[in-house]
Design a protein around this ligand. Structure first.
Ligand SMILES: [Zn+2]
Length: 1008
């Protein structure tokens, strides 16, 4: 078909759809077309039709046109018509609008315009038509499009385009708002060049624009010029993308102006769109403030065997000292989160292991076979003499073997005994050649475990009448105390006496918890800083509040309000106190105890990790968490004590150095609060507390370097109930190492030894010299006949591990429930014991837990990335867990199931990650023919069953991908190297459910 203007127009006019389609798909070249369009009428017709075509269709039409040289054709038409001495604007205007429309989608339009000579032309057209609103607007729209390219923006700047446009922006008026808006956007577009920003700064345009904003904002009482105001904000946004622009904006009072106008805008719903943009702008401009610390490194340092401590002083590769990089970060949290989610899913696909050899080949064992024999001791049920035990009716165990240690000895103590071994520092070396601690920084806990810190003790005296009762009780129970002290073996354990008094007076009945048992366990716990105080909730215990809790509904605009409060810190100083009230590294900080004084903080106890507290305003505190030991990062978990509060006052707390990019705190999660007063009143609950909770990116940066590492603020408001109280705040229900030790003892005491075979052993000592407990649970054989003993010795093993990540305390509560269930008289538990042998390592990272760490072990590494080649000295628990699994392999008892319990900070529900070659290949889009691969689908059955029976379980959240980045995790190594088909990570939420019967609720974690 011949294409001439005439038949083109004719066909379109008669609605020839075939031709329209043809135009858009054919090799038809636009430039030829325009050359053919000689007369004005034809050109105009063509332009109108083109405009219609491009307006009606999707962007694909424009893309197609660009690919066929449409931009060049339009630019040529522009130059041809625009260079005439008196251009015909009836033709030129439609061309300009089309250039703007097409150019908007053409990334190379600037360059094309430069080549066609359209850049100078458009500036001349603008200059000559300043009095003609429509013409000027069209030129401005085209300039906006050209200036999207930095080099073209620069060229326009060098041709004084910026000045022309700047002087085109008028004082407040109600006339020609469209043109004004276009000119401001064009000015903003020119600011994509840093040269233009510098020139705008030096010519005083920044302050000029600020004055214009102020004027337009105050005079536009009818809100008809919101678009103009938004366009000005767009200019400010572009200006503040560069350091020089940002500095000028701030020094010219930009933040004050926006803060002031935002306060006004907040009063009027029509101005809503200005509020969000202004707040984001202010956030970008707040000066990047280093955390008020001497160093990013943890306040706790642990000298590692064979390593110089200063290894950790070396900055990581992305650390640069001092200077803050001019970043182009986008502070909009939602956008940030979207981007984050995108990278997550993108990474996910790139991250999948697609190398069939790596997926299917089993690597050679990481150690010689001879080293495995030592683990035979961890299968005591195989060697146990049930014949003898079945004859004994008493609970006295005769199983204390020579290499066994503390746990074993404790197990052989008669029930209810409070007797303790002497206080000599115990260093457990269960095996010759196993790593013991070097002369470590870990100190033995002194016996002052129930510290007489006034806070805690004060709480018992002012409970009104109870104070008198307490003293009376204390007298009458003196004999009792003496006896108990005697039992303690040291006779001077004053604080234990106080604890007993408290128990006598207030009573405490918490399942599987005894304060004295806890105390006894805690005395042996070794922390890096040498903690000598126990947190009250840990020693006293806690029970879940009854019933399910609804999630905290999020009020609208909390974040906005909090961010504005933070911005105000930079503007008004009258109410700013900025006084350090707590510093882990400066114990000499003293404040008078009289009220109203600042809150008092404390965190030198197991799992505690508050490093510094700064009173910002009268009732507002910035809190800084301690980094993981020997690290300068991994802050998220928190646990600390607070006292000296005034009741019924709202205190705002800001934890300012969180690291995760988003948090369940934005989706209904609340921090945990434990009140000692309430506990003594018979309500020993960790309760979800706090209002006005949100989590957002802040303006803090590390003390040194890593300027691109953003910090996030978790902010919440707490109103304390009592005057004289000591409260504890935590990320989640704390679960200490000492709690685990005490719990295992109580659990052992609670079982029926004729039915349940329960054995606590030590896997190995940790770096700091704590023992890593190892538990075996199975059913005792019903009789001593060979058949029953044989059945026991052939039961498949199920290996469960937990708490490799110390911040995931929820995983420990799930493990606690697992242990209690497995030892219970429930018929299912009984059946499970009769079918399987459970091998449980309930805390793979005791040192991390004890020292209030979030992610790592004392060696500064994430232990769940060490499974490929675990270092026997630096990662003993992983090394020996893996060794034990190798041992099971070597005696042909490869576990049926391996499951590592974790907590998930961003997702809801409970779910499993497993491993499957086929699913990984499918997901990655690999070309490998999976039909030929054989894979036992058994890895899916557990998830399917849980989906049927456990309402908290989310089948849809499970996946079975083998990721490269996770190749050294327990799940993947146990699957690949140990050949365990059902090898899982079980993730439990920190915060409730969004499905099934628990939807929008937080089932107390203990009940999951
Ligand atoms: Zn984890």
């Amino acid at each position: 078909m011949q294409f001439t203007v005439k038949n083109f127009v004719a066909c379109l006019a008669t609605g020839c759809s075939h031709l329209t389609r043809h135009i858009l798909r054919s090799e038809w070249h636009f430039s030829l077309f325009f050359q053919n369009a000689g007369d004005a009428d034809s050109t105009l017709n063509v332009l109108n039709i083109l405009d219609e075509l491009l307006s009606a269709g999707t962007d694909r039409r424009i893309d197609h046109m660009i690919s066929k040289g449409g931009s060049e054709a339009l630019l040529n038409a522009l130059v041809k018509n625009g260079s005439r001495s008196s251009p015909d604007f009836t033709i030129l205007l439609p061309i300009l609008y089309l250039v703007a429309k097409v150019g908007h989608k053409d990334g190379a339009i600037g360059k094309k315009a430069e080549e066609a000579g359209a850049v100078i032309l458009i500036l001349n057209l603008l200059k000559n038509n300043i009095q003609h609103a429509r013409r000027a607007e069209a030129c401005l729209l085209v300039i906006q499009v050209f200036a999207a390219s930095v080099s073209t923006a620069k060229l326009i700047g060098s041709l004084n385009g910026q000045d022309i446009i700047y002087h085109f922006i008028p004082h407040y008026t109600t006339m020609n708002l469209q043109v004004i808006k276009a000119s401001i956007h064009a000015f903003a577009a020119l600011l994509s060049s840093k040269d233009n920003i510098s020139s705008a700064v030096s010519k005083g345009y920044v302050s000029g624009l600020l004055l214009l904003y102020e004027e337009w904002h105050s005079k536009d009482t009818k809100h008809s010029a919101i678009d103009v105001l938004l366009a000005l904000l767009h200019c400010f946004y572009k200006i503040t993308r560069s350091a020089v622009g940002r500095d000028t904006f701030v020094s010219q009072g930009g933040i004050q102006l926006l803060y002031h106008t935002t306060q006004i805008s907040l009063l009027n719903k029509c101005l809503e769109s200005l509020v969000e943009s202004s707040i984001q702008l202010m956030r970008c401009c707040l000066p990047r403030t280093p955390l008020p610390l001497k160093s990013d490194l943890s306040a706790y340092c642990f000298p590692l065997p064979g390593r110089q401590h200063d290894v950790f002083m070396v900055a990581t590769s992305d650390e640069r000292s001092g200077e803050i990089v001019d970043d182009d970060d986008d502070d909009d949290d939602d956008k940030l989160e979207e981007a984050y989610q995108e990278t997550q899913s993108k990474d996910n696909d790139d991250d999948l292991e697609t190398d069939l050899n790596k997926l299917c080949l089993r690597p050679a064992p990481d150690r010689p076979k001879e080293l495995l024999l030592q683990y035979s001791r961890l299968c005591p049920e195989l060697a146990h003499d049930f014949l003898e035990e079945l004859d004994l009716s008493s609970q006295e165990s005769s199983s204390s073997s020579s290499d066994d240690d503390e746990a074993e000895n404790c197990n052989s103590l008669p029930p209810h005994s409070m007797r303790e071994k002497n206080n000599n520092e115990f260093i457990s070396r269960t095996q010759k050649g196993m790593p013991g601690p070097t002369k470590s920084g870990a100190c033995l806990l002194k016996a002052k475990d129930f510290n007489s810190r006034s806070g805690i003790l004060n709480t018992c005296s002012p409970v009104g009448k109870e104070a008198t009762v307490a003293r009376m009780e204390a007298k009458s129970s003196l004999t009792n105390d003496k006896q108990k002290d005697k039992e303690e073996g040291n006779g001077k354990c004053y604080n234990a006496t106080i604890l007993d008094h408290l128990i006598d007076i207030h009573g405490v009945a918490i399942p599987y918890h005894e304060p004295n048992m806890y105390r006894a366990a805690a005395i042996k716990t070794k922390s890096v800083p040498g903690f000598s105080t126990l947190a009250f909730p840990d020693i006293w215990g806690q029970v879940s509040p009854s019933g399910n809790e609804p999630m905290e509904p999020r009020k609208p605009n909390v974040q906005r309000q909090k961010v504005l409060e933070d911005i105000r810190r930079f503007l008004t100083y009258s109410d700013i106190i900025n006084q350090v009230v707590f510093d882990l590294e400066n114990s000499s900080l003293q404040f008078p105890h009289d009220k109203p004084g600042p809150l008092r903080f404390f965190s030198s106890f197991e799992c505690g990790n508050l490093r510094k507290a700064i009173q910002v305003r009268r009732y507002e505190y910035d809190l800084i968490l301690n980094a993981d030991v020997n690290c300068s990062q991994h802050t998220q978990w928190f646990y600390f004590e607070v006292s000296n509060m005034v009741p019924d006052v709202s205190y705002r707390f800001n934890i300012i150095n969180c690291e995760k990019s988003n948090s369940q705190f934005n989706y209904g999660m609340q921090p945990m609060l434990y009140s000692v007063r309430d506990a003594l009143d018979g309500k020993p609950h960790w309760q979800r507390s706090g209002t006005e909770i949100c989590y957002f990116r802040n303006y803090f940066v590390p003390v040194r370097g890593r300027p691109r590492t953003p910090f996030y603020t978790l902010t919440f408001t707490i109103t304390f109930k009592y005057n004289e109280d000591v409260c504890y705040l935590a990320y989640h229900y704390p679960y200490t190492y000492s709690a685990l030790r005490a719990h295992l003892r109580l659990l052992h005491r609670s079982i029926d030894p004729r039915k349940v075979y329960f054995r606590e052993q030590i896997l190995c000592p940790t770096l700091a010299g704590n023992s890593c407990p190892f538990v075996t649970i199975t059913a005792c054989p019903p009789s001593k006949c060979y058949k029953d003993i044989h059945q026991l010795r052939n039961r498949p093993c199920i290996v469960l591990t937990c708490r490799v990540h110390p911040g995931e305390s929820n995983a420990s509560w799930v493990m606690k429930g697992t242990l209690e269930f497995l030892c219970s008289s429930d018929p299912i538990a009984q059946a499970l014991r009769e079918t399987f042998v459970f091998k449980i390592i309930p805390m793979l990272n005791p040192d991390g837990v004890i020292n209030g760490m979030n992610r790592c072990d004392l060696n500064g590494e994430d232990l769940n990335r060490q499974w490929c080649q675990p270092d026997p000295i630096l990662c003993p628990t992983i090394y020996h867990t893996k060794g034990f699994l190798y041992y099971l392999n070597s005696i042909k008892r490869t576990p049926l199931v391996f499951c590592d319990y974790h907590g998930h900070s961003r997702k809801k529900n409970v779910f499993l990650y497993g491993c499957s070659v086929k699913e990984t290949l499918w997901q990655s889009g690999s070309t490998v023919d999976t039909a030929r691969l054989k894979e036992d689908p058994g890895y899916r059955t557990i998830a399917k069953n849980l989906d049927c029976i456990a309402p908290a379980f989310s089948f849809n959240s499970c996946n079975y991908m083998v990721e490269k980045s996770r190749s050294a995790t327990a799940r993947i190594v146990v699957w690949k190297e140990l050949g365990v088909l059902r090898s899982y990570t079980m993730e439990s939420t920190y915060n409730g459910f969004d499905q099934g019967i628990y939807k929008a609720q937080r089932e107390p974690v203990l009940d999951i």
